[in-house]
Design a protein. Structure first.
Length: 235
């Protein structure tokens, strides 16, 4: 009987510049070396049944990334966790391992929001607070994004659920934001930073947490028809 496990992992400073594909290969190797019965797709070039909630941008750190793995046989969760921990590198460790039903939606389709923090040097807390307040006061903000041979225009403000500045830390001002991160609409933290503080550059970004939403057949039907808008994104 097959089993689906959900891995929570972090990504540290030493591996912040490895690619999404390399991260996938790393976890495939960890799972195989841990002796877990990883399932593979059918066909001439079988692929491991590993899926991420969403790719982490190159250079970002992460605290609670999500990855699902499909196993061909059932295993004891704690034994599997310990076996994986023994194979991981300090900069890409296991945070948690849980079983999820085979019937739950794929991680990518369930992803809803993401929490980020950014450290921005060379600005004062007062400047940051004013910039954040001005951004949140906007009802909308048309944003143009260049994607290869086409432009994408959308309302950036609609994808910012929360945005705040904290006290000045040793390396700069700390900004926190919760952003839309679903299949229909995704906002990146560097876009919000550029919109709120033009010219400011973060020393680093950290994706702190990913939020999943429950499956809704009605919502999926409306999305396919192009009629669905999640009003929570606008709050």
């Amino acid at each position: 009987m097959q089993q689906r496990l959900r891995l929570t992992f972090s990504k540290g400073e030493r591996v912040r510049f490895i690619s999404h594909l390399d991260t996938l290969r790393y976890w495939e190797r960890v799972v195989r070396r841990a002796g877990l019965p990883l399932a593979y797709s059918k066909g001439f070039t079988p692929h491991p049944r590993l899926t991420f909630a969403g790719p982490l941008p190159m250079g970002f750190l992460a605290e609670r990334e999500l990855m699902d793995m499909l196993l061909d046989e059932r295993v004891e969760i704690e034994e599997a966790r310990q076996a994986m921990v023994a194979q991981t590198a300090p900069a890409l460790p296991v945070v948690a391992l849980d079983e999820v039903p085979l019937s739950v939606p794929a991680l990518q389709s369930a992803l809803s929001f993401a929490d980020y923090r950014a450290v921005v040097p060379e600005i004062t807390p007062e400047v940051a607070r004013t910039a954040v307040a001005d951004f949140l006061a906007l009802e909308s903000l048309e944003w143009t994004e260049q994607r290869k041979d086409r432009e994408r225009v959308y309302d950036l403000r609609a994808g910012v659920v929360s945005f705040s500045s904290a006290a000045h830390c040793e390396t700069g001002v700390l900004l926190r934001m919760r952003l839309a991160a679903n299949q229909d609409f995704t906002v990146r933290p560097e876009q919000v930073l550029e919109a709120a503080l033009p010219g400011a550059v973060a020393s680093h970004f950290v994706r702190e947490r990913l939020y999943l939403e429950e499956h809704s057949p009605a919502r999926e039907l409306w999305r396919r028809k192009g009629q669905y808008t999640d009003e929570r994104v606008r709050r």
